[in-house]
Design a protein around this ligand. Structure first.
Ligand SMILES: C[C@@](CO)(OP(=O)(O)O)[C@H](O)COP(=O)(O)OP(=O)(O)OC[C@H]1O[C@@H](n2ccc(N)nc2=O)[C@H](O)[C@@H]1O
Ligand SMILES: Nc1ncnc2c1ncn2[C@@H]1O[C@H](COP(=O)(O)OP(=O)(O)O)[C@@H](O)[C@H]1O
Length: 284
């Protein structure tokens, strides 16, 4: 038997860091949502007790370092599953981009194997398993739009933002999430985004408020280290995106755009600047 799952990319509409914790992680407050750019995961049962990963993307690990492999191993161990699985990852989300591609693949693998092996694991338990794999995985299990706290694993679902276009642009650099958190001085953050103001903009369906209130405290670290991300942000503002922010630890910058007529101009303008540009819709 075979099952398929879509693994969409996430963006952070806001990302605040409250403090550094004793365990080395940071206490965060984020508003996250999904966009219509997704990997496609195929899972096929194998009679042998093994996990095999393949992908058309040459630049991700295919062994136990792959988050989909780790998700499969976790579910097999925890639920004592003796069958194996062949997992094919059709990657569309750029890697190490701040879009949670790996986390979403892991979450989709948990959902898919729950169906393939008819385990009946409740969604809250899938999220708990996901938290063992990474801070963004629990959100990716359910998707939608949510306020994420703790290290990202405590979730409160909220309604979707007003529908709009999302233009994503990733400069050709690799950014390490742990390096960016590591360089952040949590006590010295000057401007904290207001989570409640973002949530209010969403509840009131005010796209203009939402665009004005976007904020990500990790920007000050990534933009300082990688001037090309700052230039990309400035370029997107100049081209007329309504709201512009870096997603997660970067380096992808996203622009929210309400008018379809503007999308092609912004997309084409950015393509002159970098190769990885996508014009997608929010997943509402
Ligand atoms: C920054 C964010 C925002 O959504 O996304 P990305 O840029 O990765 O997409 C997340 O917080 C990333 O989540 P994720 O990529 O799952 O992180 P993890 O694997 O759990 O942790 C990677 C490393 O980041 C740091 N980390 C992560 C989460 C957190 N709340 N505090 C941290 O300090 C830790 O150094 C950890 O070793
Ligand atoms: N299935 C996967 N897809 C993408 N990257 C993966 C996967 N499994 C492991 N990785 C590794 O995870 C790291 C982070 O990738 P990704 O989740 O795409 O980025 P981010 O955490 O910035 O959103 C990369 O270094 C990549 O090699």
């Amino acid at each position: 038997m075979k099952v398929f799952e879509k693994a969409p990319a996430k963006i952070n509409l806001s990302l605040d860091v409250l403090r550094k914790r004793e365990d080395g992680y940071h206490e965060v407050e984020m508003v996250m949502t999904m966009v219509d750019l997704a990997d496609r995961i195929e899972m096929q049962e194998l009679p042998r007790d093994t996990i095999i990963i393949s992908s058309q993307a040459g630049y991700i690990p295919l062994d136990e370092k792959n988050l989909a492999f780790q998700a499969a191993r976790l579910i097999k161990d925890r639920y004592d599953v003796k069958q194996g699985v062949y997992i094919h990852l059709d990657k569309k989300i750029p890697v190490a981009a701040g879009l949670a591609g790996g986390s979403s693949d892991a979450a989709a693998t948990l959902r898919g194997l729950n169906r393939l092996w008819k385990l009946g694991i409740p969604v809250e338990e899938l999220q708990r398993l996901g938290a063992e794999l990474g801070s963004d995985v629990p959100f990716c299990v359910t998707g939608g739009t949510a306020i994420a706290t703790g290290r990202g694993e405590k979730l409160e679902a909220i309604e979707a933002p007003p529908q709009c276009w999302v233009i994503l642009a990733k400069p050709p650099i690799n950014v390490s999430t742990s390096e960016i958190y590591g360089k952040l001085r949590a006590a010295g953050i000057q401007h904290h985004p207001s989570t409640s103001a973002i949530v209010e903009a969403i509840r009131q369906k005010r796209f203009d408020w939402l665009c004005d209130r976007l904020g990500n405290v990790l920007e000050e670290v990534t933009l300082e280290l990688y001037p090309e991300v700052r230039q990309l942000k400035e370029c997107m503002v100049r081209l007329g995106a309504d709201g512009v922010l870096m997603s997660g630890s970067g380096p992808t910058v996203f622009g929210l755009v309400s008018k379809e007529a503007k999308v092609a101009r912004i997309y084409n303008g950015l393509r002159g600047f970098c190769k990885d540009v996508y014009a997608v819709r929010l997943l509402t």
